[in-house]
Design a binder for this molecule. Structure first.
Ligand SMILES: [Zn+2]
Length: 493
């Protein structure tokens, strides 16, 4: 049966069902406005939540208790979705005494206790993305029981996916017999939760490069990832020794493409590490998610995975100390400034920052510009310290008038202007302004908006002293300049 016929069939079932309910038991409800804010009290906290809709086979569910997002999943009122929508064939009950929420469909059942992360799915203890909650609606002056939508719907044998364009969860009803035969292929997108925040896409059963079967009973919090881009690999870190499990080829499925290189597993220090390596000549970015059964990894170009990409370069390093003076080395100061900026980016998943170095080694000039070009950076910034005569002083920012623009239309000049507007006040040094330098390798070869900041003069005793103790402040200024520049020039993709 094609989808259109299917939805017409379901629609007519729904209409029939609706007319069989006695009018007196039907609480009037309206179509909620997706995106509108509702004030709710969730887990004792008053908060504003954007309304999310839910559709069953294309028809919007009318309700007085609209859905909302929590822990990367949609929460729906159990009463309005399961009790009222007979087409789902689910019975719903709630005991205020035991705080148990019970959903049943044929032989399938999901039993949850309010505020507990664990549900019993057909009797088996299963972790949910977020607990069922009693939610107070200020608009209705009433409490409703909310449950994690995707989790409950798929465990009860229907299919569910989120549509961000429709701001709706889309339920496609399935008959019980067909869903039980489908369960061996993995419940499609049941409770998919992202391990990599800030990605533009979520890896899932329908969108992955590598699918890894989890050992049974492995807690979702035991898994973390790190993007080891300088070694061209993704590391999935799993607490505990699962080397045998993850090494078994029957527990993974790889959609080999021209970029795939290797999959290896090691165990050390209490952790199992899974390494996924794409080809050496490309830098891939990763969206990783998990369900109760699988880890899904999707690799793609950084631009497909991230909205805002920055390459942050600490000048010099290793054998190249840069300028020296007043007991200081340029390479140490630039690294400290970049590490300070990193401490702010670590707390903000809205930005993907690639660092040319985070320790004392020397990346060649072409390594620095290649990194920016390979990841498709929206911005490049190189941090330096000036040197001249003992009397020279002040902050200046270098740009290349023949340099590139970023995809958003930001020029190297405007970008340098932005950096200067934050860094110069942070130093408090004399304003030497912007300087045009067309001959500098990192400003010439990076194919994006590029800037080089010269914080102050290491050769000047007073400035050297100040720079030594204020690297944290300069790093914060660099961070703020980057964040502000993206609000003025958002990435176009
Ligand atoms: Zn330098």
């Amino acid at each position: 049966m094609n989808n259109l016929k299917k939805s017409i069939a379901y629609l007519s079932i729904m209409m029939l069902t609706a007319t069989t309910i006695p009018a007196s038991t039907v609480q009037a409800a309206s179509v909620p406005k997706a995106g509108k804010y509702y004030t709710l009290k969730i887990a004792g906290k008053k908060q504003k939540k954007k309304c999310r809709n839910v559709k069953i086979n294309g028809t919007i569910v009318k309700t007085y208790a609209p859905g909302f997002s929590r822990a990367n999943t949609s929460m729906y009122s159990a009463y309005w979705l399961f009790e009222k929508q007979k087409s789902l064939g689910v019975s719903y009950s709630y005991s205020s005494k035991t705080k148990k929420v019970t959903l049943k469909r044929g032989s399938k059942s999901v039993v949850m206790t309010l505020d507990s992360m664990y549900a019993y799915v057909n009797g088996k203890k299963t972790k949910m993305p977020t607990p069922a909650r009693k939610v107070y609606s200020y608009a209705r002056k009433k409490n409703y029981i909310y449950v994690p939508g995707a989790f409950c719907i798929t465990k009860l044998g229907h299919s569910y996916k989120w549509s961000s364009s429709q701001k709706s969860g889309l339920i496609t009803t399935k008959s019980l017999s067909s869903s039980s035969s489908g369960s061996s292929s993995g419940s499609s997108c049941s409770g998919t939760s992202s391990i990599t925040p800030g990605t533009r896409i979520t890896a899932s059963a329908s969108n992955y490069s590598v699918r890894i079967k989890k050992p049974s009973g492995l807690s979702s919090s035991a898994i973390s990832t790190s993007d080891d881009y300088s070694n061209r690999r993704l590391i999935i870190k799993v607490k505990g020794n699962y080397k045998t499990h993850f090494s078994s080829s029957s527990n993974r499925y790889i959609k080999t493409d021209k970029y795939f290189r290797s999959y290896t597993v090691t165990y050390s220090g209490g952790y199992t590490n899974i390494y996924i390596r794409p080809r050496k000549d490309v830098i891939k970015a990763y969206a990783v998610s998990q369900t109760s059964d699988y880890i899904y990894v999707k690799y793609d170009s950084p631009k497909k995975i991230y909205s805002r990409i920055v390459v942050l370069d600490a000048g010099h390093g290793g054998s190249d100390s840069g300028a020296t003076g007043n007991g200081l080395r340029e390479k140490d100061l630039t690294l400290k400034i970049v590490q300070s900026a990193k401490s702010y980016f670590n707390k903000n998943s809205g930005y993907k920052v690639y660092y040319t170095r985070l320790s004392d080694w020397y990346p060649s000039l072409s390594y620095r510009s290649d990194l920016a070009n390979n990841v498709g950076a929206d911005r490049f910034i190189s941090v330096h310290i000036n040197s001249a005569t003992p009397s020279a002083h002040g902050t200046e920012t270098l740009y290349n008038s023949k340099g590139y623009k970023s995809s958003s239309g930001l020029t190297s000049y405007n970008w340098s202007n932005k950096i200067h507007a934050y860094v110069r006040p942070a130093t408090g040094f004399t304003n030497r302004g912007l300087k045009n330098r067309t001959g500098l390798a990192v400003l010439r070869n990076t194919k994006t908006a590029s800037s080089l900041t010269e914080i102050g003069f290491i050769s000047n005793e007073a400035e050297a002293k100040k720079m030594k103790s204020n690297t944290g402040t300069y790093g914060k200024a660099v961070y703020n300049a980057i964040v502000n520049s993206f609000s003025t020039y958002p990435s176009k993709r």
